[in-house]
Design a protein around this ligand. Structure first.
Ligand SMILES: Cc1cc2nc3c(=O)[nH]c(=O)nc-3n(C[C@H](O)[C@H](O)[C@H](O)COP(=O)(O)OP(=O)(O)OC[C@H]3O[C@@H](n4cnc5c(N)ncnc54)[C@H](O)[C@@H]3O)c2cc1C
Length: 290
């Protein structure tokens, strides 16, 4: 199938993009890497009146990494984050680079962007899971000014976000390093969207061991979710034993709301294996007790 007809506009700066978005109205769509939108247009699942191509807005293509914070421009590709493994790892953000290979295939990662993934908000998207897991903030801009939205408040439901029609995502911010974090996921074939992806972030003290931990899941519900019951098991646990990992996994899957799933028990089983795998991967050697 071919897309329905549309107007085409290009912006080369954030200010021009915001002005055009305001002028073009609610039926216009931003075109970034095109890896989700073009397919949706070809199937006529999306019929924008106009496309605003932001591919030339170079000011949104950056990865600004420091020891306390990571800022990623919305037009940065998945592959750029993947290639930055060394500098991200040195600054405690290595989990981001290590998660990128789960996204589609290399040609998709060389074109698909961070901002496009967040705006598209697929229930299994790795960027959305990372944002939820690591307390990220999403910076959005329009002619009305800038807003900074916590990831926990950004994702609303299937393909639904807190973005207003005239707003452009400009940046994804990770406000703290996460040196002991990992993502594990299962997909039916290499390069497919995940069935379930699990993220774990552990707060490890050199003397006391694991002080706190977070488990977040993508694919089980319409938006990525943090599983509170798993965090309660990990609080001040010191070290990860097989018994503790079992308890954490079972507490997490017991809390899942799988009412939207065609086969809840299958999804629960996949969640079990991925949480377990992410827990062991996130834990540094000194807090593992097998
Ligand atoms: C075969 C295949 C496999 C894939 N597998 C995965 C996978 O495993 N995991 C995964 O996460 N993704 C996967 N993807 C999707 C891929 O990651 C896309 O790159 C991503 O979802 C969208 O990014 P994009 O830059 O291509 O956005 P586009 O397709 O250009 O746009 C997507 C949506 O976001 C909006 N948008 C884009 N940029 C902005 C912005 N800055 N501000 C506001 N709105 C914006 C657009 O208007 C549109 O609604 C896959 C895609 C394909 C084709």
């Amino acid at each position: 199938m071919k897309p329905s007809s549309f107007g085409y506009h290009r912006a080369s700066s954030v200010s021009t993009a915001c002005r055009l978005l305001a002028e073009l109205g609610e039926d216009a769509k931003i075109l970034a890497g095109g890896q989700s939108l073009v397919a949706m247009m070809a199937f006529r699942l999306a019929r924008p009146s106009d496309l605003l191509d932001i591919g030339g807005v170079d000011e949104l293509d950056y990865l600004d990494v420091g020891p306390a914070e990571l800022r990623i421009g919305a037009l940065t590709t998945h592959h750029r984050a993947e290639k930055a493994q060394e500098v991200l790892t040195d600054n405690g953000f290595g989990v981001i680079a290590r998660t990128m290979p789960y996204i589609g295939h290399l040609p998709i990662r060389t074109r698909g962007t961070v901002g496009g993934s967040l705006a598209h908000a697929d229930a299994t998207a790795e960027w959305c899971l990372l944002a939820e897991l690591l307390d990220a903030q999403i910076v959005v801009t329009s002619v009305r000014g800038e807003r900074i939205i916590d990831a926990h408040e950004f994702f609303f439901g299937f393909f639904a976000t807190a973005l207003d029609e005239d707003e452009l995502i400009t940046e994804l911010r990770f406000p703290r390093p996460a040196p002991n974090a990992a993502v594990a996921e299962f997909a039916n074939r290499h390069g497919d969207f995940a069935v379930v992806a699990a993220g774990v972030d552990l707060d490890v003290d050199p003397a006391a061991g694991v002080r706190a931990g977070r488990v977040a899941l993508a694919g089980t519900q319409p938006v990525p979710v943090t599983i509170a019951a798993a965090g309660e098991v990990l609080a001040d646990c010191g070290e990860l034993t097989p018994h503790l990992v079992d308890a954490c996994v079972e507490a997490a899957v017991a809390e899942l709301d799988l009412t939207d799933q065609a086969d809840p028990e299958y999804v629960r089983g996949v969640a079990r294996t991925q949480i377990r795998s992410a827990l062991w991967s996130a834990a540094p050697e000194e807090v593992r007790s097998r």
